[in-house]
Write a protein that binds this ligand. Structure first.
Ligand code: GLY
Ligand code: MN
Ligand code: MN
Length: 419
């Protein structure tokens, strides 16, 4: 933060789902990262101006409210259990704002999150300016704290990596338990329910993002989440599902053969995507970039598209022209952490940034042939495959956190038939 700075950070509020029901509470990831305080309507104040280093403003204990919505740590708990130097009821924040910022040269604050707090802060600064003849000096800068925070979040500490390993283990167990559900006649939502049952049963809070279970042509819809169709023999079912554990996401995709045997054009496409995924994983090491990882996947996928007759011409030219995007239209990687598409800059001075130990990201090439793809051989219509793992960059390469989730065809088949 630098000296003489004061940061004010807002936690998440409860969000209305419909009428008087609310979505389950999920703390803002930055707020969770800094405080671990996972209760609605809190504000954290961090100071380097000589005031208390860490103050929490929270909903106070209130017997009646807690009868309805459960335990609150309150101001006592905020100090006792969350390491705050001071805590106050959230209603007192507005009145405290002038005192909190009177000595700050620099404020760290996200404008646009809380209109009332934005207004309180700007009006306080204006009042300070009006008193400048008496020696009052308002902060000269309001900076966005996310620049600092998101760089911190990009590099996972050992305790975070340990949680992400455990999240990966739960996601493995859920995929393994669900694979035998890849049987004709089952509905996609049955597999979704099975995955989420195993996430919860093993201590995760639930899925880290909307679970995708897409049988047959539904696998070619990248963000398919309706999960309502019946599975059919000989189809592939794409499952993109990962749990959230203690706030951290895992993000895993596997494509399972309905009935337990990879065959025909689906098997051929699967082999190409698996080779592309292995090539891109091999490129992941310190000093390389996510662009290198993507390029490795694109190259192998494009070769595969030519071998399948989906594209014609020289591979170099097809990569150069972007022709492969007809069948591979998304990027290969994103950062992974407290958010599934985690924070952190992807470029540095306009260039792809070098991978460094502690970064975690996905590798998720795919190949998708839509039903209405006129240029494709009709036998390939409605086949979509994606294979996604979660990689941690280490000092000498990478650790694949999700390597034990079956992906070689024979291992996948064995999971489906339950052996
Ligand atoms: N499941 C979201 C993604 O793979 O990016
Ligand atoms: Mn995914
Ligand atoms: Mn992903």
């Amino acid at each position: 933060m630098g000296p003489d700075s004061v940061a004010l950070l807002c936690g998440a509020r409860l969000a209305t789902r419909s009428a008087d029901t609310q979505f389950p509470f999920r703390q803002d990831s930055d707020f969770h990262y800094l405080t671990g305080f996972d209760h609605p309507h809190a504000v954290a104040v961090l100071r380097t101006d000589g005031g208390p280093a860490f103050t929490l403003y929270v909903e106070p204990r209130q017997r009646d409210a807690e009868t309805w919505t459960g335990h609150r740590p309150g101001v006592e708990g905020a100090v006792r259990d969350y390491g705050a130097d001071e805590a106050h009821p959230i209603e007192e924040l507005s009145g405290h704002v002038p005192g909190l910022i009177e000595r700050a040269r620099r404020l760290l604050f996200i404008l646009g999150r809380d209109a009332a707090l934005d207004a309180r802060l700007t009006e306080t600064l204006e009042q300070m300016r009006l008193r400048s003849r008496t020696g009052v000096v308002p902060a000269s800068e309001i900076a966005d704290p996310r620049a600092i925070l998101h760089e911190m979040r990009l590099f996972k500490e050992p305790a975070e990596i340990e949680i992400m390993r455990r999240a990966a283990a739960i996601t493995l167990a859920a995929h393994r338990a669900t694979a035998p559900g890849a049987r004709a006649g089952r509905f996609e939502y049955e597999l979704e329910a099975m995955l989420e049952y195993h996430f919860r049963k093993r201590g995760a809070s639930g899925p880290a993002y909307g679970t995708i279970v897409g049988g047959g042509a539904n696998a070619t819809v990248l963000h398919y989440v309706s999960n309502r169709a019946r599975l059919r023999d000989g189809d592939l079912v794409l499952i993109d599902a990962g749990c959230e554990l203690e706030g951290y996401a895992s993000d895993v995709t596997r494509s399972y053969p309905v009935g337990g045997r990879f065959e025909g054009p689906g098997a051929a496409i699967y082999d190409i995507v698996l080779e592309a995924q292995e090539a891109s994983i091999a490129a992941a090491k310190p000093g390389a970039t996510l662009e290198d990882v993507h390029t490795a996947a694109v190259r192998r996928l494009t070769e595969g598209m030519v071998s399948l007759g989906l594209l014609a011409g020289e591979v170099d030219g097809l990569v150069e022209s972007g022709a492969y995007k007809a069948y591979y239209m998304h990027r290969t990687s994103h950062w992974l952490g407290l958010d599934v598409h985690d924070v952190g800059a992807y470029t540095c001075e306009g260039r792809p940034r070098a991978l460094e130990p502690g970064m975690v990201f996905t590798v998720e090439p795919g190949l998708y042939v839509r039903m209405d793809e006129e240029k494709a051989d009709p036998r390939l219509h409605g086949i979509g495959v994606r294979i996604e793992d979660n990689l941690l960059v280490t000092a000498d390469g990478h650790e694949n956190l999700t390597a034990a989730i079956a992906k070689r065809p024979r291992d996948v088949e064995a999971w489906v038939v339950g052996s």
